[in-house]
Design a protein around this ligand. Structure first.
Ligand SMILES: O=CN(O)CCNC(=O)c1cccc(Cl)c1Cl
Ligand code: NI
Length: 183
């Protein structure tokens, strides 16, 4: 199982690498990695398991974060506010997006960032995403709310972008007229 020691932190070069497209279907080893990424998220959201193994909770995990610069990430968001999202997506793309933006009023956090970085992270409010399952089946979904935000946070990781790269250093909580706070 993946635990926190496998997750690389700021300063590790792989966090700033552009991950490579993957050949489909994934190899057995790559499929196992994908399965372990999703399992990590579920474990991190289970209070008993998270406490037992010292896991920080996460709703997404990109392969870069476990020092695997390949284009896949896992999302596991099963709260009531938005449609349940639980998958690993390979070679993900944003096919189209809303003009409207959105941001989390509490900002964002990252397992690869061992510090609070306050500020609004403007993202597309709605995205139509494309990609593949580890078995090579096509995925096409429309996301909004927290799943849309998290998808963009993970896709950034595959491009070596960190959430705080989007925060205005001079005015971290500036008003974005075309972006509305989620919630
Ligand atoms: O890349 C993934 N992580 O770093 C996992 C930890 N962060 C989160 O779960 C998280 C927290 C707040 C907002 C967003 Cl959008 C995300 Cl993604
Ligand atoms: Ni992150």
């Amino acid at each position: 199982m993946i635990t926190m020691d496998r997750i690389i932190r700021e300063g590790h070069p792989t966090l700033r690498m552009k991950a490579e497209e993957m050949a489909l279907p994934l190899s057995e080893e790559e499929k196992e990695t994908a399965r372990q990424m999703l399992e990590f998220l579920k474990n991190s959201q289970n209070p008993e398991i998270a406490e037992r193994y010292g896991l920080r909770p996460g709703i997404g995990l990109a392969a870069n974060q476990i020092d695997v610069p390949k284009r896949m990430f896992a999302l596991h968001i099963v709260d009531e506010d938005s449609e349940p999202v639980s998958f690993v997506i390979v070679n993900p793309k944003i096919a189209s997006h809303s003009g409207a933006k959105a941001y989390l009023p509490g900002g964002e956090g990252c397992l690869s960032v061992d510090r609070e970085v306050p500020g609004f992270v403007p993202r597309y409010a709605k995205v139509t995403i494309k990609g593949f399952t580890p078995d090579g089946e096509p995925i096409k979904r429309r996301l909004k709310g927290l799943p849309a935000i998290a998808f963009q946070h993970e896709l950034d990781h595959l491009n070596g972008v960190m959430f705080y790269d989007h925060i205005d250093p001079d005015e971290p909580f500036r008003n974005y007229p075309d972006a509305k706070p989620l919630g």
